[in-house]
Ligand binder design. Structure first.
Ligand SMILES: C[S@@+](CC[C@H](N)C(=O)[O-])C[C@H]1O[C@@H](n2cnc3c(N)ncnc32)[C@H](O)[C@@H]1O
Ligand code: SF4
Length: 396
């Protein structure tokens, strides 16, 4: 049952107001990879002749020091080292960096601290070092366990290295995610499921299964490989979801599946429209003040970033999110969560009353795209499938 449409309260037109700030997370970007994958549009650059680790770590420290007044007194609930390939860092370098982060920021003692790793960079000793430095969750870019598909994706590792990486990870970490992609060049439904079965067989706590997309500015976009057709891809998605559910993984976000209590806290914070400070080349931040939501982006090219960060000016671009875009931005994140969100979260994270999106909520409900009760607003199976159509309703 939907409530009657109400007019937008006058005070919401003045812009957002926050009594309490949303939870804060920290993202650290490492912008290098051994080789650039032909499908990838992340801010990652080929590390020709190694990475300038010392200079980059110093730039990160300067970047953080300059950003401190913007997060003064706030506790950090999770940390994520993403890339690129953060596992290219040395264990000693990462240990030093984490010590500095803990000195400068109030990181919760039990905070989830994730590091993204590429199977082509696994040495047991180094990963023991990462664990000792304080990393407590590993996210490995496996993509596939099939040697032919790994080759067609231009990966630097083969299937044996992929398996070995998971073994080393499982031996040292009790919270491991594997990234898999499906809809790969020449992939059959059975092959996609074989990858999922292999991941399940390792007993990892979390699996991310992404549909391979052709992103502009990538080699695959310019020279598209032969991909499975839409019906086959949809069948793969469906079968993957069934297989993971049967193995006890909860499908909590579009591409994310977790064993009980193992949902990724850092990503949940994004999807719940929490705040995050992003340091490193091209990193994005979302920071709430008492009456504003700020978005920032750091210089993207590693060289420019290091120069600017050294001068305490790593931020290339900053703007406030206009009040009339906050509702859409919130929904774009929160509706990715299959369990949806409690209605009170909307006001907590946007600083606006829920009434500002009452009209599109009613339209979405009437079209069977969401379900509402006093405790939850949730996308239906139809809403999850046609998420873009659902989100269109919230574009003002
Ligand atoms: C930033 S990467 C980090 C992992 C690490 N760099 C690696 O690839 O081993 C995060 C994940 O995004 C996924 N991804 C990257 N490009 C993609 C694309 N075009 N389509 C779907 N998923 C993609 C991959 O599964 C990848 O592991
Ligand atoms: S290793 Fe990961 S981040 Fe680097 S290019 Fe490949 S997919 Fe992108």
């Amino acid at each position: 049952m939907s409530e009657p449409t109400s007019t937008i309260p006058a005070d919401s037109l003045a812009g957002p107001r926050f009594a309490v700030l949303p939870p804060l997370a920290l993202y650290v970007h490492i912008p290098w990879c051994v080789r650039k994958c032909p499908y990838c549009d992340f801010n990652s650059h080929e590390a020709k002749g190694g990475i300038p680790e010392e200079a980059y770590l110093a730039a990160l420290e300067r970047d953080l020091e300059a950003a401190l007044p913007q997060v003064w007194g706030r506790r950090v609930h999770s940390v994520f080292f993403g890339g690129g390939t953060p596992s290219l860092l040395s264990a000693a370098g990462l240990d030093h960096l984490l010590t500095r982060l803990r000195t400068l920021l109030l990181i919760e003692p039990l905070a989830e601290i994730t590091l993204e790793a590429n199977p082509g960079t696994f040495e047991a000793e180094k990963f023991r070092g990462f664990r000792a430095a304080g990393i407590n969750r590993l996210s490995i870019g496996i993509q596939s366990f099939n040697p032919t598909h790994l080759q067609s994706l231009g990966r630097i590792h083969d299937d044996k290295e992929a398996r070995r990486a998971v073994e080393i990870a499982r031996a040292n970490f009790d919270n491991v995610n594997l990234d898999l992609m499906y809809g790969l060049p020449g992939q059959s439904l059975e092959q996609a499921l074989a990858d999922i079965d292999c991941a399940i067989g390792f007993g990892v706590q979390h699996i991310s299964a992404y549909h391979l997309t052709l992103e502009p500015n990538t080699l695959f976009y310019a020279q598209p490989p032969q991909l499975p057709d839409d019906d086959t891809s949809a069948a793969m998605q469906h079968a993957i979801e069934e297989r993971l559910a049967a193995a006890g993984y909860a499908h909590y976000e579009t591409s994310a599946f977790a064993q009980k209590h193992r949902a990724c806290q850092h990503n949940l914070n994004y999807w719940q429209f929490g705040d995050y400070l992003g340091i490193g080349a091209g990193a994005h931040s979302k920071l709430t003040t008492q009456a504003d939501v700020l978005r920032q982006m750091r210089y993207k090219q590693p060289k420019a970033y290091m120069e600017q960060a050294a001068a305490g000016q790593a931020i290339q671009e900053q703007h406030s999110v206009p009040a009339d875009e906050l509702g859409f931005e919130f929904m774009m994140n929160a509706l990715r969560l299959n369990a949806g969100f409690p209605p009170a979260l909307f006001q907590a994270q946007t600083g606006l009353p829920l009434q500002v999106i009452e009209t599109p909520l009613q339209a979405a409900e009437a079209r069977g795209l969401i379900l509402r009760d006093p405790s939850r607003i949730q996308p239906t199976a139809l809403g999850q499938r046609f998420l873009n159509d659902l989100l269109q309703l919230f574009l003002s």
